[in-house]
Design a protein around this ligand. Structure first.
Ligand code: ZN
Length: 329
């Protein structure tokens, strides 16, 4: 696959207005009974996987790829359900709430806990359309609880003819997983869009990086993705997005902090928002530092050092959580 894949876009993923009211930022660490009820979970129970309504809207039935799609993805609901399971596993499973094997294999020191709150997306409609690019996700005009994923039919042709000989089923499943993350990820606290609070949106690279983090973790990375093997191979900026940020986030989860780290990051976007990217701007330590004990620049440098000295990655596992991010149960 070519750089075309990099053009995957998302319009206002998981817009804040779709999310019920949450506690204000300075209370966000505390218990919020209302939100807990809506999260359909309890600390003792495994979180339930949502069951949204799925719809398929094929706009151009005479387009040859309309038939191809149904061959590659014959059971759209099953494919989306699998993607949703991965979203819950990698974004809505608190540290220590995974399988017993995972819970014992990851660093256990001072791991925090969060109460997952999944956006109340009620329906996802997949549009198969004739347009350039790959895919994008948007809310509907009337109600942002209803999402639309638009998939390009010409892109299916591209997959089939790709010089990299990408497996179209693998690729389309990966693209749909990426887009479904946009239907279920957090971007900002629910009331920040109303103008009452000055909470900046996270960089687009964070949103796209999280989507590709789930795709990566789900084993759906396309052939052209390559984990950098040295700091010089990285993109220059940590928020370059897509797979570049996804590999960085995976390093935070797998090496620096432990399982559930990116789920915690996603949860923090909902409960507090993207406040203080640079820790110097925020007396409470900034977004990244309060989560992982280091600012994002420092984390990016650590990631580079790890890439340069990755012969014994397991020895560098730190389980470096900050105690202060614990959400009391
Ligand atoms: Zn995207």
């Amino acid at each position: 696959m070519t750089e075309l894949a990099m053009t995957t876009t998302s319009a206002q993923p998981a817009a804040a207005s779709a999310i019920p009211k949450a506690s204000p930022p300075n209370e966000a660490q505390g218990s919020n009974a209302k939100d807990q009820d809506q999260a359909q979970t309890t600390p003792e129970k495994k979180i339930q996987i949502p069951k949204p309504k799925y719809r398929l809207h094929s706009e151009v039935l005479r387009h040859p790829e309309s038939a191809s799609f149904s061959i590659y993805i014959p059971d759209v609901a099953s494919t989306l359900d699998t993607a949703l399971s991965n979203i819950v596993k990698y974004l809505y499973t608190s540290p220590g709430d995974g399988s017993p094997e995972e819970a014992t294999s990851a660093p256990k020191c001072e791991r925090p806990h969060f109460i997952p709150f999944i956006p109340p997306t009620r329906s996802v409609t997949l549009f198969l359309r004739d347009f350039g690019g790959v895919a994008y996700t948007t809310g509907t005009e009337l109600d942002d609880d209803h999402k639309e994923i638009h998939l390009s039919l010409p892109y299916i042709t591209h997959c089939k003819n790709s010089a990299a000989k990408a497996d179209p089923v693998h690729e389309l499943t990966g693209v749909l997983t990426h887009e479904l993350v946009h239907c279920y990820q957090h971007t900002s606290p629910p009331d920040s869009a109303k103008g009452g609070k000055d909470i900046p949106s996270p960089p687009g690279g964070v949103i796209e990086g999280i989507a590709d983090f789930v795709r990566l973790k789900a084993g759906l990375s396309p052939p052209h993705w390559t984990r950098p093997t040295s700091s010089s191979q990285r993109e220059k900026k940590w928020d370059a997005g897509y797979q570049h940020t996804a590999y960085f986030l995976a390093w935070i989860e797998d090496v620096w902090a432990g399982e559930g780290a990116i789920g915690m990051l996603n949860d923090r976007l909902y409960r507090v928002g993207y406040l203080g990217e640079d820790e110097k701007d925020c007396h409470e330590g900034g977004f990244w530092k309060s989560l992982f004990g280091a600012g994002v620049s420092e984390l990016w440098d650590e990631y580079g050092q790890w890439l340069d000295d990755s012969e014994k990655p397991s020895e560098k596992t730190k389980g470096n959580w900050e105690e202060e991010i614990v959400n009391p149960l």
